[in-house]
Design a protein around this ligand. Structure first.
Ligand code: ZN
Ligand code: ZN
Ligand code: ZN
Ligand code: ZN
Length: 308
């Protein structure tokens, strides 16, 4: 059953080869036939060592080899365990442009280092910064801003100062709660304000932090402050927004933001401490020059005790 599916797929694909034109990108020109040789005929992804072949010479990637139960999907003969070293060597000799060439990346790489670069390429698309749900959306910043507004219905604000209220009627139940993301637009850039509750060490805390919708280098051109308080006390945080290249979780786990112990948060909320009512104010500003030591990513640890 499974075999038939793969075979049909294969026949279909042979009839409709998509890779019809010669690829000429970033100065690298390789005839399409070489490219085609390196595309797995079953899954169509690029093949990396070990590249396998059957006794009749049909090639196959190592992922597909496991799936076809030792039978060549093309000729249905026993597959055996034959490497296709010649093709692996051909791949080694190829030089290809980064796949984000169309987005402006001018770099060219040997076949086997291309994937590694692409996973770190500065021009690769960004992942959706929305936290609290699995969202696989990727794109450039304008696309993601529209996506956050239209699909996640986030609050959008213009201006470099903000004043945001977070309310929770039963704060003692809050574990790993994430509030609605707020997106700020200022200096021609977009920033995400996160606020959430989680367990840090022994105690429950609330944390607010800002992420920059852009890469790390540009993020370092900005600073922000957050302030929360009540009854004549206040906590202030000043920091550099983290790029959305760093996951929301990573920023949270490095404690790079305003952290409020729950008892303090309830104190700031006033009243009978049964309801969380925090007003977080803040502002974003542009630094005149990049801080020299801005490269290091802080991991600030707090004392491991809970406030009673
Ligand atoms: Zn494959
Ligand atoms: Zn075969
Ligand atoms: Zn690139
Ligand atoms: Zn999303």
């Amino acid at each position: 059953m499974e075999m038939d599916c793969i075979e049909n797929d294969e026949i279909h694909r042979n009839g409709t080869y998509h890779l019809s034109s010669t690829k000429t990108q970033g100065g690298a020109t390789v005839t399409n036939s070489v490219y085609e040789l390196l595309d797995c005929p079953v899954c169509t992804f690029s093949m990396y060592p070990p590249i396998h072949q059957c006794h009749n010479g049909h090639t196959l990637c190592s992922t597909c080899k496991v799936r076809v139960h030792n039978r060549c999907p093309t000729c249905r003969q026993q597959l055996g365990d034959i490497r296709c070293l010649a093709l692996e060597r051909v791949a080694e000799s190829l030089v290809l442009p980064c796949k984000y060439y169309n987005l402006g990346c001018p770099q060219i790489f040997p076949y086997y280092s291309k994937l590694k670069h692409e996973s770190l390429c500065n021009l690769r698309p960004y992942s959706c910064p929305y936290a609290g749900s699995e969202c696989g959306t990727v794109g450039d910043i304008p696309f993601l801003v529209a996506h956050l507004r239209d699909d996640h219905k986030v609050d959008m604000h213009s201006g470099s100062t903000f004043n945001h209220r977070y309310v929770k009627s039963n704060p003692l139940e809050v574990e790993n709660a994430t509030w609605m993301l707020t997106v700020f637009h200022c200096f021609g850039q977009y920033f995400c304000l996160h606020f959430e509750a989680f367990q840090l060490g022994m105690g429950p805390v609330y944390m607010a932090f800002l992420r920059f919708m852009g890469d790390e280098e540009d993020a370092r051109s900005y600073s922000y402050s957050l302030e929360v308080g009540g009854s004549g006390r206040k906590l202030t945080w000043e920091g550099t927004p983290r790029s959305i290249r760093d996951s929301h979780r990573k920023v949270r786990d490095s404690n790079d933001g305003l952290i409020i112990q729950r008892s303090m948060a309830l104190f700031f909320s006033g009243g009978d401490r049964k309801e969380l009512k925090l007003r977080v104010t803040g502002k974003v500003w542009k630094e005149q020059h990049n801080p020299d030591s801005g490269i290091s990513i802080p991991n600030i640890s707090l004392p491991d005790h809970s406030v009673v």
